[in-house]
Design a protein around this ligand. Structure first.
Ligand SMILES: Cc1cc2nc3c(=O)[nH]c(=O)nc-3n(C[C@H](O)[C@H](O)[C@H](O)COP(=O)(O)OP(=O)(O)OC[C@H]3O[C@@H](n4cnc5c(N)ncnc54)[C@H](O)[C@@H]3O)c2cc1C
Length: 415
């Protein structure tokens, strides 16, 4: 029977596995690490004595590939968010606080009234957002940088969160598909969503369980070091000490990161410049999540960009954090804690136990040069397709993009 070999058990590989197993395919998944999840994973942190994620991951209710996958693996209830499409912000420089509250339907009524707009912005600022439609290769800063508070309080935080790229080099148009599928469709599609207990609990554990019921063969600690090719076909996969010979109808989904894929298959080009994301998890004794008005808070005028609360852990996210990632963990905690303390009314001098995680290659950077290196699903090899957040999904490198890439890879195989 024909089998599909999937290399990489990140969300792209798992999503391809789920789609293919759904159609009755026998799958073998090779994962170099001893756990699945790749860049979206949870682990028990001994220092904090808590289960934490490698990084806070924010998703939106309009991310239909995510919701479809969770529905399939019976894990929809593990992704949570507020009833309303609300985003709380605080400007630590000026002390201003505001909430963006998206209304139902595609007409953004909230921009009509000064009381519901981002403070310091005018209706014209929102109309100027239409410039995105004809932005070409212009950067976020080039397009919106003159817009004062609209830039500082909306475009800059939004673009850095979505593109993980500094606004002076980030291609603005890559935000367009995200806006189209979420914020531009109204509140039903704009609710912020986070993993209930952790990324592994929400995505990875239920996906592996679901796959195990369908007899998927998931092989951990199996780094693929070579893909053998003959007559434009993959004929064998060398993983760990074993060489797996492919049958004549076997297929391969290569769902490895962009820095690995070109090393395994000659002739494939992938993005090769990356930006770090820094996360700091503070364990705040006695902090009560249920008493917090804002379990997710966007910050402006600070190094910290987003704060997330889960139980007594307050986590800071800094995307495109090149300068910060170069500092020591101690320095990073010392820089970000006073900002957290200011936002939540805590003592800035008492830095609680902290875990700093620097993901140096969190995503590729969204510049024209790097976007041109995104590869299509199909390759020059007849039985090998690609998946991964870096492939040409049309979306930024996100969970939604990774899962969608897995679905596209599975569809290409089913064809
Ligand atoms: C800190 C951080 C914060 C983020 N925040 C957000 C967010 O808020 N919202 C959002 O949507 N996205 C966010 N992202 C992006 C998101 O995590 C990624 O887009 C997504 O996880 C990528 O999945 P992937 O399967 O494409 O790649 P990966 O997760 O990199 O998976 C690739 C897998 O292949 C395995 N592998 C590599 N080489 C081999 C080999 N030779 N043999 C076998 N296996 C191999 C790896 O171990 C890995 O498991 C964030 C990323 C990071 C790092």
């Amino acid at each position: 029977m024909a089998r599909v070999h999937i290399i990489g058990a990140g969300l792209a590989g798992l999503s391809a596995g789920v789609e293919l197993a759904r159609k009755g395919y026998e799958t073998i998944i090779y994962e170099q690490a001893n756990q699945a999840g790749g860049r979206a994973r949870s682990f028990n942190d001994a220092h904090l004595d808590r289960l934490i994620d490698n990084g806070n991951h924010l998703m939106l209710s309009g991310n239909y590939s995510i919701t479809n996958m969770l529905e399939t693996i019976n894990a929809s209830a593990r992704l949570i968010g507020p009833e309303k499409a609300c985003f709380d912000f605080a400007d630590l420089e000026t002390g201003d606080e505001w909430t963006i509250n998206f209304n139902r339907g595609p007409v953004p009524l909230w921009v009509l009234y000064e009381s519901t707009r981002v403070p310091g912005t005018s209706m014209m600022d929102y109309i100027a957002g239409l410039k995105l439609l004809t932005a070409g290769n212009r950067t976020v800063k080039n397009l919106f940088g003159e817009q004062g508070q609209m830039y500082r309080r909306f475009w800059e935080p939004f673009s850095v969160a979505v593109l993980n790229t500094a606004p002076d080099i980030a291609v603005a148009r890559l935000m367009l598909p995200v806006l189209r599928e979420t914020l531009a469709k109204g509140s039903e599609f704009s609710k912020p969503l986070v993993a209930k207990k952790g990324l592994s609990h929400t995505f990875i554990d239920p996906a592996l369980k679901w796959l195990s019921y369908r007899k998927a063969d998931v092989r951990f600690g199996q780094r693929v070091s070579k893909i053998q090719v003959s007559n434009n076909r993959v004929t064998a996969i060398v993983a760990g000490k074993k060489t797996e010979t492919l049958g004549p109808d076997d297929k391969v989904v290569l769902a490895a990161p962009p820095w690995v894929t070109p090393t395994l298959v000659e002739g494939i080009i992938a993005p090769d410049e990356f930006a770090p994301i820094v996360n700091v998890h503070f364990q705040v004794e006695g902090f009560d999540e249920t008493k917090t008005k804002t379990p997710m808070l966007g910050l402006v005028g600070s190094v910290s960009q987003w704060l997330f609360v889960r139980g007594d852990i307050i986590s800071v996210t800094v995307s495109a954090g090149h300068g910060l990632a170069e500092k020591s963990s101690k320095e990073i905690a010392a820089i970000t804690w006073p900002e957290v303390a200011k936002a939540y009314g805590l003592d800035p001098t008492k830095i609680p136990p902290a875990r700093v995680i620097k993901e140096q290659r969190a995503t590729f950077i969204a510049t024209p040069d790097q976007l041109a290196k995104r590869a299509p699903t199909k390759t020059h090899l007849n039985n090998l397709v690609l998946a991964g957040d870096w492939t040409d999904t049309g979306l930024p490198a996100t969970i939604e993009g990774a899962i969608r890439s897995g679905v596209s890879a599975a569809k290409a195989i089913l064809k």
